[in-house]
Design a protein around this ligand. Structure first.
Ligand SMILES: Nc1ncnc2c1ncn2[C@@H]1O[C@H](COP(=O)(O)OP(=O)(O)O)[C@@H](O)[C@H]1O
Ligand SMILES: C=C(OP(=O)(O)O)C(=O)O
Ligand SMILES: [Ca+2]
Ligand SMILES: [Mn+2]
Length: 653
């Protein structure tokens, strides 16, 4: 202890205060900026976020809700969601609160739900609890929800949200059911080959109640109010109620995003999805053959999802709805990609999963209209969606730069594997599934055409990934051949990822989308023929599959070659090429294309074993013939001539 001159210990005096105010030239700088306005930490944090649309009203907004107070508008919106979530047998609708339950302390806005005079037996505990609604959250908010509450959600090195879709990593077409009633019985395509497996109205209601009860049992649900179809005259309002931020972000990306003003005027949706994917269906329920059920009720304009979290089920479910609604308006719905050249020439890319719709429609030299779902009306083409859903397996920056660069903040990356530390994605890795996917808003592609509409198509490209290796890389089709191949909807993929698979399997899927069409295939085919004829479109068959032998012997046609072929179609140079006709399929093949080795244009040139080639060709032709048998009794279009021509346009041997 210090002592004074007299040796008496003195208590330690406090150190002199350091002066920070006066000193101008000292080494110790103080922050000379204005102090923060906040008095407390909480207040400081509250300054971080300023209130924004869509939860605040637009100043001076016009339209139906413009005269409403913000309070009233919010009340109506909650009431609409409450009606969506209402149990049909008990209370009229759950008590809804807007916002994250983790954040809302005081109950801010509660839906005023009118209890109808009902016997007490209809009252349940669920009517006493609150369900928080996370309404049209932004990608940033959805990231936070996913990362906090959903296991398996991570931010990758490029900022995408990596998620796991659970046990199901692809669609479940055998579990898709459609309600059969007096009108759908006659209107829809039922029976052999049809994707529409029937269920009755009552069973639908059982599953609907199951999904709604599940959703209402949660603390919070996500609600997306969005649009389908960029054609303003044929736009559909959709509402998606889901339990996961992953699903909400997926649909945010895949459907058309409303502006804040459009959202204020949204009103009642035209179609609603209840996605209770985490919760299974009850297998004691009539019609249920597994714990997964995807149920479509056209009369009620509703879809219920139980027992699968694969997000593609929602987008393709809505596509089915469009395949029902659009033809009623003389509009053709198309399972195709679509892009447009600088001169306004539009091309459609039809094809089954994995044949190249997304890859080939995403072309740095052309405007992207969409990668998967379109409409062709009297005004031209329009994309149904607001985003793309690209396969990621084997993705490379150099071969597919635009898709690569789209995998950034906001993009949902499903079922990919990444380095636990660097979070770099390994796009070769198939350990979760081969069907790894990226879902991103279409404007993430630099040359997207917004709004996603275009004039009538000039070229209709049918993509087939022929793992038999006998179809030419490209052939020019007559109208009858185009219809024959459109109705056939052929592709052959290798059966799986395991080695030892020698035989590719042929798949025939009418209109290149049998899983989604609702009417008989000839209805769509007749519309396509009529539109192609009227607008002078040319059909092409492009094999993006094997060359030089079947799977196991040959190899997949190099993507740069397929791109050169597609370039020659777009530029018009292939129209003027010299053609040779093949036997059996009677396909017209060009002898030369710039940038493509000529010998690969004729498949038989690339096969070492000519007999094996011929045998394989005849085998495939036989499969085509057998598949087409079911269509031979149908008339396509107005005159018999086209029907006869189509039948004659198949393989002859
Ligand atoms: N010659 C080729 N043409 C098109 N795609 C090819 C070719 N060779 C390999 N591929 C790969 O095949 C896949 C095609 O998938 P994708 O474009 O997503 O199909 P779709 O959109 O029709 O389901 C992509 O992973 C692409 O990289
Ligand atoms: C999302 C899908 O589409 P595609 O594979 O055609 O891109 C699908 O079929 O589930
Ligand atoms: Ca598709
Ligand atoms: Mn695709």
């Amino acid at each position: 202890m210090a002592a004074n001159a007299n040796g008496v210990p003195t208590p330690r005096s406090p150190l002199a205060r350091i002066q920070t105010q006066k000193k101008q030239n000292g080494i110790c700088h103080d922050d000379s900026g204005k102090p923060v306005k906040a008095q407390t930490i909480d207040e400081l944090h509250s300054l971080q976020k300023k209130r924004s649309a869509p939860t605040t009203p637009l100043e001076g907004a016009q339209g139906a809700f413009a005269s409403l107070s913000e309070e009233e508008r919010q009340r109506q919106q909650l009431q609409s969601i409450s009606a969506s979530l209402a149990s049909l047998t008990r209370e009229t609708g759950p008590k809804l609160v807007k916002g994250d339950p983790a954040k809302t302390q005081a109950v801010a806005r509660v839906a005023h739900h009118h209890h109808v005079e009902a016997p007490t037996i209809s009252v349940s505990d669920s009517s006493l609890k609150f369900t928080h609604v996370l309404y049209n959250l932004s990608p940033a908010e959805l990231y936070e929800q996913a990362i906090k509450y959903e296991k398996g959600s991570f931010i990758t090195a490029t900022g995408a949200l990596a998620t796991l879709s659970g046990a199901k990593t692809g669609r479940s077409p055998r579990d898709k059911r459609v309600v059969i009633d007096d009108s759908t019985q006659d209107e829809l395509w039922w029976g052999k080959g049809s994707p529409n497996i029937e269920m009755d109205e009552h069973t639908f209601m059982v599953n609907r109640e199951r999904a709604v009860d599940y959703l209402n049992s949660l603390d919070k649900v996500f609600v997306n109010d969005q649009f389908l179809n960029w054609d303003p005259q044929n736009r559909i309002k959709v509402r998606i109620v889901s339990a996961r931020a992953y699903h909400s972000l997926f649909m945010h990306n895949m459907c058309i995003r409303p502006t804040p003003e459009e959202l204020e005027n949204f009103g009642t949706p035209d179609f609603t999805i209840y996605n209770a994917g985490q919760f299974p269906c009850n297998r004691y329920t009539h019609y249920m053959t597994s714990s997964t059920s995807i149920d479509l009720n056209l009369a009620r304009r509703e879809m219920v999802i139980l027992g699968t979290q694969y997000a593609g089920e929602m987008k393709k479910g809505l596509f089915s709805v469009m395949h029902y609604l659009m033809p009623k308006r003389q509009i053709l719905s198309l399972h195709s990609g679509c892009n447009m050249g600088k001169d306004g020439d539009v091309a459609l890319f039809f094809g089954l999963s994995g044949t190249g719709k997304t890859t080939l429609s995403t072309d740095h030299n052309r405007y992207l209209i969409g990668d998967d779902e379109h409409c062709w009306s009297d005004n031209g083409v329009s994309n149904i969606e607001g985003g793309c859903y690209a396969k990621c397996i084997g993705l490379s920056r150099e071969k597919e730069p635009d898709i690569w660069n789209a995998i950034k903040f906001g993009t949902v990356l499903e079922n990919v594997v990444f380095d636990e530390h660097s979070r770099e994605v390994d796009y070769e890795e198939k350990s979760v599934t081969e069907n790894t996917r990226a879902a991103y808003p279409i404007e993430y592609i630099p040359n997207a055409k917004i709004p996603c509409v275009g004039p009538h198509p000039k070229n209709v490209i049918l993509l087939a990934c022929d793992a038999f290796g006998v179809l030419p890389p490209v052939s020019k089709l007559s109208l009858a051949q185009t219809m024959y191949h459109f109705i056939s909807g052929y592709t052959a993929l290798v059966a799986g990822t395991e080695d030892g698979i020698k035989e590719p399997t042929a798949t025939f899927s009418a209109c290149f989308g049998a899983a989604f069409i609702m009417l008989h295939p000839t209805k769509y085919a007749a519309m396509l023929a009529e539109k192609m004829q009227k607008h002078g479109a040319t059909g092409w068959l492009v094999n993006t599959g094997w060359s030089g032998g079947s799977y196991g012997y040959g190899s997949r046609i190099k993507l740069p070659y397929t791109r050169k072929i597609i370039d020659a179609i777009h530029s018009g140079s292939l129209m003027n090429a010299t053609y040779q006709k093949t036997d059996v399929f009677g396909l017209e093949i060009p002898t030369e294309i710039e940038g493509v080795p000529s010998q690969i244009l004729r498949p038989e040139n690339t096969w070492g074993d000519k007999k094996a080639y011929k045998d394989t060709l005849l085998k495939l032709a036989g499969l085509f013939k057998k598949n087409f048998e079911t269509f031979t009794n149908y008339k396509i279009g107005k005159d018999n001539k086209l029907t006869e021509d189509i039948l004659a346009a198949g393989p002859n041997f």
